[in-house]
Design a protein. Structure first.
Ligand code: FES
Ligand code: FES
Length: 179
Protein backbone atom coordinates (compact mmCIF):
# COMPACT_ATOMS: atom_id res chain seq x y z
CA UNK A 1 0.00 0.00 0.00
CA UNK A 2 1.33 3.43 -0.93
CA UNK A 3 2.30 5.93 1.72
CA UNK A 4 2.42 9.70 1.54
CA UNK A 5 5.85 11.18 2.08
CA UNK A 6 7.12 14.76 2.05
CA UNK A 7 10.70 14.92 0.84
CA UNK A 8 12.73 18.08 1.20
CA UNK A 9 15.18 18.12 -1.66
CA UNK A 10 17.55 21.04 -2.28
CA UNK A 11 15.32 23.24 -0.14
CA UNK A 12 12.08 22.41 -2.00
CA UNK A 13 9.36 20.18 -0.58
CA UNK A 14 7.97 17.39 -2.75
CA UNK A 15 4.83 15.52 -1.66
CA UNK A 16 4.78 12.08 -3.22
CA UNK A 17 2.88 8.79 -2.83
CA UNK A 18 5.25 5.84 -2.75
CA UNK A 19 5.47 2.21 -1.78
CA UNK A 20 7.12 1.80 1.66
CA UNK A 21 10.06 0.00 0.05
CA UNK A 22 10.70 2.74 -2.52
CA UNK A 23 14.40 3.56 -2.63
CA UNK A 24 15.51 7.17 -2.29
CA UNK A 25 17.37 6.84 -5.61
CA UNK A 26 14.20 5.94 -7.51
CA UNK A 27 12.06 8.45 -5.62
CA UNK A 28 14.52 11.22 -6.56
CA UNK A 29 14.82 10.22 -10.19
CA UNK A 30 11.31 9.04 -11.02
CA UNK A 31 8.94 10.67 -8.50
CA UNK A 32 10.69 13.99 -7.89
CA UNK A 33 12.15 14.15 -11.41
CA UNK A 34 15.74 14.99 -10.48
CA UNK A 35 17.77 12.67 -12.68
CA UNK A 36 21.22 14.05 -11.82
CA UNK A 37 21.69 11.27 -9.27
CA UNK A 38 22.77 8.19 -11.19
CA UNK A 39 22.24 4.46 -10.75
CA UNK A 40 25.30 2.28 -11.24
CA UNK A 41 25.68 -0.94 -9.28
CA UNK A 42 22.43 -0.71 -7.22
CA UNK A 43 24.16 -2.46 -4.32
CA UNK A 44 26.08 0.28 -2.53
CA UNK A 45 29.45 -0.29 -4.15
CA UNK A 46 30.01 2.30 -6.91
CA UNK A 47 28.99 5.62 -5.32
CA UNK A 48 27.18 6.88 -8.45
CA UNK A 49 23.97 7.39 -6.45
CA UNK A 50 25.60 9.41 -3.63
CA UNK A 51 23.54 12.21 -2.11
CA UNK A 52 23.80 14.11 1.16
CA UNK A 53 21.09 13.59 3.81
CA UNK A 54 21.25 15.79 6.90
CA UNK A 55 24.92 16.45 6.20
CA UNK A 56 25.88 12.80 5.77
CA UNK A 57 26.91 11.14 2.53
CA UNK A 58 24.58 8.23 1.73
CA UNK A 59 24.11 5.75 -1.09
CA UNK A 60 20.58 6.50 -2.24
CA UNK A 61 20.36 2.97 -3.70
CA UNK A 62 20.51 1.60 -0.15
CA UNK A 63 18.29 4.20 1.52
CA UNK A 64 14.52 4.07 1.84
CA UNK A 65 12.79 7.27 0.76
CA UNK A 66 10.41 6.99 3.73
CA UNK A 67 13.38 7.13 6.11
CA UNK A 68 14.30 10.54 4.69
CA UNK A 69 11.03 12.25 5.60
CA UNK A 70 11.79 15.48 7.49
CA UNK A 71 15.46 15.42 6.52
CA UNK A 72 17.41 17.78 4.29
CA UNK A 73 18.37 16.00 1.09
CA UNK A 74 20.95 17.56 -1.21
CA UNK A 75 21.52 16.28 -4.73
CA UNK A 76 23.83 17.47 -7.49
CA UNK A 77 21.04 19.76 -8.73
CA UNK A 78 21.22 21.67 -5.45
CA UNK A 79 24.85 22.78 -5.72
CA UNK A 80 24.79 25.58 -8.30
CA UNK A 81 23.47 28.83 -6.85
CA UNK A 82 22.17 31.90 -8.70
CA UNK A 83 23.36 30.53 -12.02
CA UNK A 84 26.90 29.91 -10.77
CA UNK A 85 28.44 26.50 -10.45
CA UNK A 86 29.65 25.20 -7.11
CA UNK A 87 33.49 25.39 -6.90
CA UNK A 88 33.65 21.58 -7.09
CA UNK A 89 31.59 21.56 -10.30
CA UNK A 90 33.85 24.26 -11.71
CA UNK A 91 36.96 22.32 -10.68
CA UNK A 92 35.73 19.10 -12.32
CA UNK A 93 35.14 21.04 -15.54
CA UNK A 94 38.39 22.94 -15.41
CA UNK A 95 40.59 19.98 -14.46
CA UNK A 96 38.81 17.44 -16.67
CA UNK A 97 37.63 15.26 -13.77
CA UNK A 98 35.20 13.33 -15.93
CA UNK A 99 34.73 11.71 -19.30
CA UNK A 100 31.36 9.99 -19.78
CA UNK A 101 30.02 11.75 -16.68
CA UNK A 102 27.99 8.88 -15.24
CA UNK A 103 29.95 8.75 -12.00
CA UNK A 104 30.43 12.52 -11.78
CA UNK A 105 27.39 13.59 -9.71
CA UNK A 106 28.30 10.96 -7.12
CA UNK A 107 31.97 11.99 -7.18
CA UNK A 108 31.06 15.63 -6.64
CA UNK A 109 28.58 14.89 -3.85
CA UNK A 110 31.17 12.69 -2.11
CA UNK A 111 33.79 15.43 -2.46
CA UNK A 112 31.34 18.00 -1.11
CA UNK A 113 30.66 15.88 1.97
CA UNK A 114 34.41 15.61 2.51
CA UNK A 115 35.13 19.33 2.10
CA UNK A 116 32.16 20.24 4.33
CA UNK A 117 33.71 18.15 7.11
CA UNK A 118 37.36 18.76 6.28
CA UNK A 119 37.95 21.87 4.14
CA UNK A 120 41.70 21.30 3.91
CA UNK A 121 42.26 17.60 3.21
CA UNK A 122 45.55 16.06 2.20
CA UNK A 123 45.83 14.09 -1.05
CA UNK A 124 45.84 10.89 0.99
CA UNK A 125 42.65 11.90 2.78
CA UNK A 126 40.95 12.69 -0.52
CA UNK A 127 42.07 9.35 -2.00
CA UNK A 128 40.80 7.43 0.99
CA UNK A 129 37.47 9.28 1.18
CA UNK A 130 36.82 9.04 -2.55
CA UNK A 131 37.69 5.34 -2.69
CA UNK A 132 33.98 4.55 -2.45
CA UNK A 133 33.32 6.26 -5.78
CA UNK A 134 34.26 4.22 -8.81
CA UNK A 135 35.00 5.61 -12.26
CA UNK A 136 35.40 3.54 -15.42
CA UNK A 137 36.87 6.38 -17.49
CA UNK A 138 39.24 8.89 -15.96
CA UNK A 139 41.83 6.88 -14.08
CA UNK A 140 41.12 8.95 -10.94
CA UNK A 141 44.07 11.36 -11.12
CA UNK A 142 41.99 14.15 -12.70
CA UNK A 143 39.31 13.63 -10.07
CA UNK A 144 41.91 13.94 -7.31
CA UNK A 145 43.32 17.08 -8.94
CA UNK A 146 39.84 18.61 -9.21
CA UNK A 147 39.00 17.95 -5.56
CA UNK A 148 42.35 19.34 -4.38
CA UNK A 149 41.89 22.40 -6.62
CA UNK A 150 38.43 23.08 -5.18
CA UNK A 151 39.74 22.61 -1.64
CA UNK A 152 42.62 25.01 -2.18
CA UNK A 153 40.71 27.49 -4.28
CA UNK A 154 42.83 26.92 -7.38
CA UNK A 155 40.01 27.53 -9.83
CA UNK A 156 40.28 30.30 -12.39
CA UNK A 157 38.04 33.11 -11.25
CA UNK A 158 37.18 33.84 -14.86
CA UNK A 159 36.51 30.19 -15.72
CA UNK A 160 32.73 30.55 -15.42
CA UNK A 161 32.76 33.69 -17.54
CA UNK A 162 34.86 31.97 -20.23
CA UNK A 163 32.51 28.98 -20.12
CA UNK A 164 29.46 31.22 -20.51
CA UNK A 165 31.08 33.05 -23.44
CA UNK A 166 31.94 29.74 -25.11
CA UNK A 167 28.36 28.50 -24.70
CA UNK A 168 26.98 31.77 -26.05
CA UNK A 169 29.33 31.52 -29.04
CA UNK A 170 28.26 27.96 -29.81
CA UNK A 171 24.62 29.01 -29.56
CA UNK A 172 25.19 31.99 -31.80
CA UNK A 173 26.75 29.70 -34.39
CA UNK A 174 23.58 27.60 -34.25
CA UNK A 175 25.61 24.50 -33.53
CA UNK A 176 22.71 23.43 -31.41
CA UNK A 177 19.28 24.90 -30.96
CA UNK A 178 17.05 25.06 -27.90
CA UNK A 179 14.01 22.90 -28.51
S1 FES B 1 24.17 2.71 -7.48
FE1 FES B 1 24.32 3.10 -5.36
S2 FES B 1 26.36 2.63 -4.83
FE2 FES B 1 26.19 2.05 -6.91
S1 FES C 1 33.56 9.61 -16.04
FE1 FES C 1 32.77 7.77 -16.90
S2 FES C 1 32.52 6.47 -15.22
FE2 FES C 1 33.51 8.19 -14.38
Amino acid sequence: MKRFVALKVNGEEYDIDIEPNRLLLHALREDVGLTGTKEGCSIGVCGACSVIVDGKLVSSCLTLALACQGKEITTIEGLAKDGRLHPLQQAFLEYGGFQCGVCTPGQIMAAKALLDANPNPTEEEVKEWMSGNLCRCTGYYKILEAVMAAAHNKISSDFQVKHERKTAKIQSLNVYKDS
